[in-house]
Design a binder for this molecule. Structure first.
Ligand code: SAH
Ligand code: SF4
Length: 358
């Protein structure tokens, strides 16, 4: 059966602002109509030309003949977890499945987006990594996740944060990520967007050269090279000392720190001495640590356990005493396994089990 490619016909959300104007120019005039269409897309995030009510009907029909504005199709939204977060499962044009997360956080709301339909990086503590590589998402597939959640929850854009911490490694999908950011920037400021990476050095360097940088979060997860290699095989390709050197050169933005993510695994990297080693590793960086207690999953190695609360507290206290700012992600969506960055567990596990049983 032929695979329906998501780019066929051309999805206008796959184009950055300049390319969008160029694609519309032969069909749309005068110029103010182009602006109207851009506003319907980039500010309102509509997914059909019919929604563009101030654009003449005829022109809407012409546009619909040539282009699409389709978003991923939502197939399931989980009930809110104890903290109000909800996981949104969607299918793409080729049948791939992805997840996004809506996370209310007091006055503000974070929307966590997937950047790939899987992940080839293969961190051993990560469910997305366990299921393996998946293709790069197109800009329309990333923007579609964002606008769908924003519409559903009617969150004003000035109260939104966007985090690329869902499925996949955003810096291995660099060009599409940049197009997505360029489209988001008129409504969401760069300082409200965070890109989380496992440490893809060429991608970090490319981001550093970009004048409208989003916030950077780095998944360090271990206090030394040996242990990082054990749980993050990418460390052999992009060694920890080189990564730290690149981060130290990363241009400092005013009032913006790099976030160091650190998954806490009981008995592996959660001792007070590990906190001291981590503080030493990141010394000289303008950074804060986000400690993430490991979320267990049946697909992950059974030795991996979430530390007891007392051990988490000890680790955090030791970091604080070493002069490092720390936040702990305690329970965001834990009970629905929706915690951003640990996605695509249940659905696919069930699918596989069902196929095996058939
Ligand atoms: N690929 C990017 C972004 C997605 S992962 C990256 O690795 O940074 C987002 C975050 O979720 C990472 O910090 C990762 O370390 C964390 N994570 C993945 N699996 C986890 C698990 N089982 N428990 C706790 N955190 C996890
Ligand atoms: Fe990929 Fe990030 Fe998971 Fe590692 S933690 S496998 S980089 S999604």
């Amino acid at each position: 059966m032929p695979v329906t490619m998501p780019s066929d016909p051309l999805n206008l959300y796959d184009l950055g602002p300049a390319a969008l104007d160029a694609a519309l120019a032969p069909v749309v005039s005068p110029l103010f109509r182009v602006k109207q269409i851009r506003e319907w897309m980039h500010v309102r995030g509509v997914d059909s030309f019919d929604a563009m009510t101030n654009v003449p009907k005829e022109l809407r029909a012409q546009l619909a003949q040539r282009f699409t504005l389709a978003f991923p199709q939502v197939v399931e939204v989980t009930e809110p977890a104890n903290d109000g977060s909800r996981k949104v499962l969607s299918t793409l044009g080729d049948g791939s499945r992805i997840e996004s997360v809506y996370m209310p956080m007091g006055e503000r709301t974070s929307i966590c987006l997937s950047s790939q339909a899987g992940c080839a990086v293969g961190c051993t503590f990560c469910v997305t990594g366990f299921f393996g590589a998946g293709r790069n998402l197109t800009p329309s597939e990333m923007l579609g996740q964002f606008f769908t959640i924003q519409h559903e929850h009617q969150v004003p854009s000035e109260l939104l944060n966007v985090v690329f911490m869902g499925m996949g490694e955003p810096l291995l999908n660099f060009d599409h990520l940049m197009t997505t950011l360029d489209t988001l920037y008129p409504t969401i400021a760069p300082k409200r967007i965070t890109v989380s990476t496992s440490g893809i050095i060429p991608g970090i360097e490319a981001l550093a050269a970009y004048d409208r940088r989003p916030n950077l979060a780095i998944s360090i997860n271990a206090p030394d090279r040996k242990r990082r290699e054990e749980i993050m095989p990418i460390t052999t390709k992009y060694p920890l000392d080189e990564l730290m050197a690149v981060l130290k050169r990363y241009p400092a933005d005013k009032h913006r720190e790099i976030t160091i993510e650190y998954v806490l695994l009981a008995g592996f990297n959660d001792a007070p001495s590990d906190a001291v080693a981590l503080a030493r590793l990141i010394r000289g960086l303008d950074a804060k640590v986000n400690a993430i207690p490991f979320n267990a999953d049946p697909n992950l190695p059974s030795w991996m356990k979430r530390p007891a609360d007392a051990a988490i507290d000890r680790f955090v206290d030791t970091l604080v005493h070493s002069g490092v700012g720390v936040t702990v992600r305690r329970s965001k969506g834990r009970d629905i396994a929706a915690a951003c960055g640990q996605l695509r567990g249940k659905e696919i596990a069930t699918g596989r089990a069902a196929r095996r049983g058939a």
